[in-house]
Ligand binder design. Structure first.
Ligand code: FES
Length: 177
């Protein structure tokens, strides 16, 4: 606007107080909203990531019950090529002990590693069978021989003591031998 006195352009009026306190235009408000949304998104992602790390740490530090040493059965009550059922490491964990030729003693969790059905010893095949989906495990190593299971049976460490008792020492899990 021209100065009516003929003195050139008038200086722009000073910004109102509200504009100094809240210096955003309409377009700027959209930008602030997007910025805050991204900030919340980053915070949420960080929270989820921290939660996952916490769960992973908790899972790795969680104590696994491997059981206490305890007697299972006297060897003279378990003929060669026969199996004996017991529970280990807790009373809710079905397990199976095999007396294989050559006085080899092997014990495993009785839960199939496919979908958890109960496996049994087959003297005819000399292996461990799962009746649910025809899974087949090696009775000596617990490794999968055929069928859908992908992991070996959970192994239990056993020993024959001088008094003729077979003892369970610890559940070793599914680690490979
Ligand atoms: S549950 Fe054993 S083969 Fe499927």
């Amino acid at each position: 606007m021209n100065d009516p006195q003929g003195g050139g352009q008038a200086p722009p009026p000073p910004d109102p107080v509200w504009r100094r306190d809240f210096p955003y235009t309409s377009a700027g408000e959209d930008e602030v909203t997007r910025r805050e949304f991204v900030r919340y998104l980053v915070l949420a992602c960080g929270g989820f990531a921290a939660g996952n790390v916490g769960v992973a740490v908790w899972a790795s530090l969680r104590s696994v019950n491997r059981g206490e040493p305890r007697p299972i059965v006297a060897l003279d009550q378990l003929p060669e090529n026969q199996a004996h059922l017991f529970n280990y490491p807790t009373g809710a964990d079905p397990a199976i002990l095999f007396h294989l030729p050559g006085r080899r003693l092997r014990a495993f969790s009785q839960k199939c590693t496919h979908l958890g059905c109960v496996v049994y010893f087959s003297p005819e095949s000399g292996g461990v069978e799962c009746p649910c989906h025809e899974g087949h495990f090696d009775a000596d190593t617990g490794e999968v021989l055929s069928g859908p299971p992908q992991r070996p049976l959970g192994r239990i460490d056993v020993e024959l003591r001088e008094d003729g008792m077979v003892w369970a020492l610890a559940a070793l899990g599914e680690r490979s031998r």
